[in-house]
Design a protein around this ligand. Structure first.
Ligand code: TXE
Length: 486
């Protein structure tokens, strides 16, 4: 029922132009803006994050993304003419076709913006959308339902279906046309396997163990304060939070001191949201136990402040590279630190983990920073800022490599990925052309023509090309005088 309703609505929706769809969706942006404080409160209550984070990360990002999308979509989704080098007598255009009915499965950490930043492009591109948000944060998803309720959309075009993982699994089994998933690696594997059974395409955003590289020439006070925020904002429950620090050995001790100082300044009751999903506490406990067993240094933190808050925690020392904190996503206010001697070392240490969502390099030598950035295996590398901040830039593609998943949301890539490319091709010469020389009946003349034509495209230099084309022309003349034109 869900999908037949979605598909029936999608037919009408896809028949509209992109600007017409954008116009129908504008009231959603208006309502989100008009009720920004009320909705920030909803997210704050639903997820637990400080109000300022709900306002900036969920509401603010949603508004800027929608504005960019509405302004850019028509250009980005327009038809693209493609010149044809082998068949210059023909012309082709690539059109973007919506997938149909798309399933979006959301997480609980940024419970409004993450799903909204996929729902909106999918709708603008002409799809119907079924949203299955995280069962941990149902109220934030209802905001999306409410703002879309203010728009003139065909009935069933957007459907919110609340429930746990079993509901998500059922919806995939029922066969949507595409799945966009954000969550854990373990669930991502299940989602991909379920999609493979149809098969249907999926995009997977599975988080990261993102690293910050601090070079010896960095502004250490600035870098320490960036690291403290990057590792702990949203309670550290961010796919792109800083979980690993690679610090040049010559500044290791002084940087550690400054970072501890910055982490001490965090007021947990004011700055740090609680653990949103109770099950997450077990991950923190396991990672801290692993650090203790390995005899790692914990210069600050390591203890729970109450049932739902872990103190901002730094783990360092010999053996950290083998620890769970270094190699697995803790998804909490925890960061691990090691030292490097050369840029090659830093790159190697960075690239040894299985995932790569974002990374950052802190240095005052921008040339060095850029060179290192190009070698880091991560979807986005920021110089002198936290990669997660760029999540709010609507123009940039968002996604990672390895166990961070594949496919992109946001930006032109994210929007275009809400569609598949359809080529429409025709003659430049009118409705009909002469019979093709490679059609039946096959003959030796035909072989000569096709060989010379192929070799003309592989020839070195203009003279050779012209020679081969002339030879192909002669073969064509012979062929056409011997075989009927139609
Ligand atoms: O994720 P799950 P959880 C990571 C982070 C965290 C871990 C667990 O490391 O500790 O994931 O979080 C739905 N078929 N991230 O438990 O289980 C589920 O209902 C279809 C990274 O929340 O992956 C929810 O809507 N759907 C991260 C969504 O999948 C299924 C954001 C995510 O749930 C399903 C959040 C199934 N079989 C957590 N099982 C990021 N990438 O930003 C569950 N779901």
């Amino acid at each position: 029922m869900t999908w037949s309703k979605a598909r029936a609505a999608q037919v009408h929706w896809a028949a509209l132009t992109v600007p017409e769809r954008v116009d129908r969706l504008r009231p959603a942006l208006r309502m989100l803006a008009d009720r920004i404080d009320e909705f920030a409160d909803t997210v704050h209550r639903d997820n637990g994050k400080p109000r300022v984070e709900a306002l900036a990360h969920d509401l603010g990002n949603s508004l800027t993304h929608m504005r960019w999308l509405f302004d850019s979509a028509a250009d980005l989704l327009g038809p693209t003419p493609v010149p044809l080098s082998v068949l210059p007598n023909r012309r082709a255009t690539v059109h973007r076709v919506p997938w149909g009915a798309v399933l979006i499965i959301g997480p609980w950490n940024v419970p409004l913006f993450i799903p909204l930043s996929e729902v909106m492009p999918a709708l603008v591109a002409g799809n119907a959308v079924v949203l299955k948000p995280s069962e941990v944060t149902p109220a934030s998803a209802r905001i999306i339902e409410e703002i879309l309720g203010a728009c003139d959309l065909p009935e069933g075009l957007f459907q919110l279906i609340q429930g746990d993982g079993s509901v998500g699994a059922r919806l995939i089994a029922e066969g949507p046309d595409k799945v966009m998933f954000t969550g854990s690696v373990a669930t991502g594997r299940k989602v991909m396997a379920a999609c493979a059974a149809h098969p249907i395409p999926c995009t997977l955003e599975l988080g990261g163990i993102d690293a910050m590289v601090v070079c010896e020439d960095a502004d250490l006070e600035y870098a320490a304060s960036a690291a403290a925020w990057g590792a702990t904002f949203n309670g550290g429950q961010v796919c792109a939070s800083v979980e690993r620090l690679l610090v040049h050995s010559s500044i290791r001790d002084v940087f550690l001191e400054r970072l501890v100082d910055q982490l001490e300044r965090i007021d947990p009751t004011r700055d740090l949201g609680p653990i949103t999903f109770a099950g997450q506490r077990a991950v923190y406990e396991a990672h801290l136990a692993d650090a203790r067993e390995r005899g790692l240094e914990v210069p600050i933190g390591g203890q729970f402040l109450d049932d739902s808050r872990l103190a901002p925690t730094l783990v360092a020392g010999e053996g950290v590279l083998d620890s769970s904190v270094w190699n697995e996503e803790t998804f909490g206010p925890v960061v691990a630190m090691t030292a490097f001697d050369t840029d090659d070392d830093a790159v190697r240490l960075h690239n040894t983990v299985s995932c790569g969502l974002t990374a950052s390099v802190f240095t005052t030598d921008l040339g060095r920073g850029r060179r290192m950035a190009r070698r880091l295996r991560a979807g986005l590398v920021s110089l002198n800022d936290i990669g997660a901040t760029l999540y709010g830039q609507p123009e940039l593609p968002w996604g990672g490599v390895g166990t961070s998943g594949f496919g992109r949301s946001h930006g032109a890539n994210g929007l275009v990925d809400c569609t598949w490319p359809q080529v429409i091709e025709e003659s430049r010469l009118g409705a009909m052309e002469p019979k093709r020389p490679w059609w039946y009946p096959y003959s030796a003349d035909q072989e000569d023509l096709l060989r010379e034509f192929a070799l003309a495209h592989a020839a070195d230099g203009k003279r050779q090309t012209v020679k081969r084309l002339a030879s192909a022309g002669r073969a064509a003349a012979t062929l056409f005088t011997r075989t009927p034109r139609r």
